[in-house]
Design a protein around this ligand. Structure first.
Ligand SMILES: Cc1ncc(COP(=O)(O)OP(=O)(O)O)c(N)n1
Ligand SMILES: Cc1ncsc1CCOP(=O)(O)O
Ligand SMILES: [Mg+2]
Length: 356
């Protein structure tokens, strides 16, 4: 590729290009490692590798020869945020940001170097945006797949403390449900809960409200049978966010699957004061879900430690609760108890000690 370039003696330009070619490759490598080892996604890892190889083609010896690390004041500059990351999400976000910025630099300065360079890096920047979306979606689905306990919150003074205690117990899926507060409070609460959940690498979804979910950059929304159609929510939320749908009957389930829900709620299993006046769908419907749901699903409604075994005896493997955790004196312990029981039953089924 070297011989096609105008041999401009422009050390400054060359150093800018060299530094940003390095930056993009390093950032992509960090993302690639997560795709490969964290997500087990050969496809996404391959895409990162392909991008790195394309960048390497431009990173010629003549550009590298202009590197002057000892005189580069930039090597000393580190933002405090770079020294501390709160979780994998933040680490990936920071590196995507770094890659996208560096690609933009390569696009603009590249135009002064070779006409093809500007075009190539512009295209690559869009490819990286798409990669980021796909990776985020993949990540969310993976956490969802591995979540067996779902906490649906209820308002209260101790809301944040309880949610944090449950997260400390290993909870990975939280839904903000608040039927009474005004929107100002809902927005502030959702923002705070979202940050809290993400600090623990847990998913955060909003009940009913697609607008709030977008406003706080939540991982998704939970919609009831009377809420907006999934297709419409999908248009607003995009393909990378999760959409859950409540179902109360085999027909609801069939429709939710056809409409593209990512998971479903199955219930109410028992009548519950949390949803007073709503008739129970019962264990029969849970058994139907065991046999027929092609999506991850959560039994919900009146589930507590006393009836947990009856629910699990149907073959169910995921549950969602409100009061069992929100009203618990020790939410961490209750969360750990549910999670360990859910894990134990899955293990027994895998080893055929219990029927699956
Ligand atoms: C996981 C889960 N399943 C079901 C519901 C109930 O949703 P919906 O029927 O819309 O009722 P409200 O929660 O809005 O009162 C849920 N929230 N989560
Ligand atoms: C939101 C919802 N949807 C069906 S039942 C239910 C409430 C479950 O609450 P609890 O776990 O306290 O019975
Ligand atoms: Mg609802």
């Amino acid at each position: 590729m070297d011989q096609q370039y105008t041999p401009l003696a422009q050390p400054i330009l060359y150093r800018i290009l060299d530094a940003n070619l390095d930056r993009t490759r390093e950032g992509l490598r960090i993302i690639e490692e997560w795709c490969r080892f964290g997500l087990n996604s050969g496809e996404l890892a391959e895409e990162c590798k392909h991008l790195r190889q394309e960048i390497a083609r431009w990173h010629t010896m003549s550009l590298r020869s202009y590197r002057n690390t000892t005189d580069d004041p930039g090597t000393e500059l580190t933002h405090p945020q770079e020294e501390q990351r709160s979780g994998i999400e933040q680490l990936l976000q920071a590196n995507f940001c770094r890659v996208q910025e560096a690609l933009r630099v390569l696009e603009e300065y590249g135009k002064l170097y070779h006409p093809e360079m500007g075009r190539t890096f512009k295209q690559m920047r869009y490819q990286v945006y798409t990669l980021e979306s796909r990776l985020l979606a993949h990540e969310r689905h993976k956490v969802l797949q591995n979540s067996y306990l779902y906490l649906v919150t209820s308002p209260g003074e101790k809301l944040f403390a309880i949610v944090e205690a449950a997260l400390q117990g290993g909870l990975t899926l939280v839904q903000y449900r608040d039927k009474t507060s005004n929107d100002e409070i809902r927005l502030k609460t959702a923002q705070k809960l979202c940050q809290l959940c993400h600090r623990y690498d847990a998913l955060f979804l909003v009940n009913d409200r697609v607008d709030l979910a977008v406003a706080v950059d939540a991982d998704g929304v939970h919609l009831g049978q009377d809420d907006i159609p999934i297709q419409l929510a999908r248009q607003v939320l995009g393909p990378q966010r999760l959409i859950g749908r409540s179902t109360h009957s085999p027909e609801d389930m069939k429709r939710a699957i056809q409409e593209g829900a990512d998971y479903i709620g199955v219930g109410p299993v028992y009548e519950t004061p949390t949803k007073a006046g709503k008739a129970a769908a019962g264990l029969e419907y849970v058994r139907h879900a065991v046999k027929n749901s092609t999506l991850p699903w959560f039994a919900i409604g009146g589930i507590d430690m006393n009836n947990f075994d009856d629910v699990m005896a149907t073959g169910c493997e995921r549950v969602a609760v409100v009061r069992s955790i929100m009203n618990a004196e020790q939410p961490t312990l209750v969360t750990q108890y549910f999670l360990s029981q859910l894990h134990r039953v899955r293990n027994l089924r895998t080893h055929k000690v219990l029927p699956s």
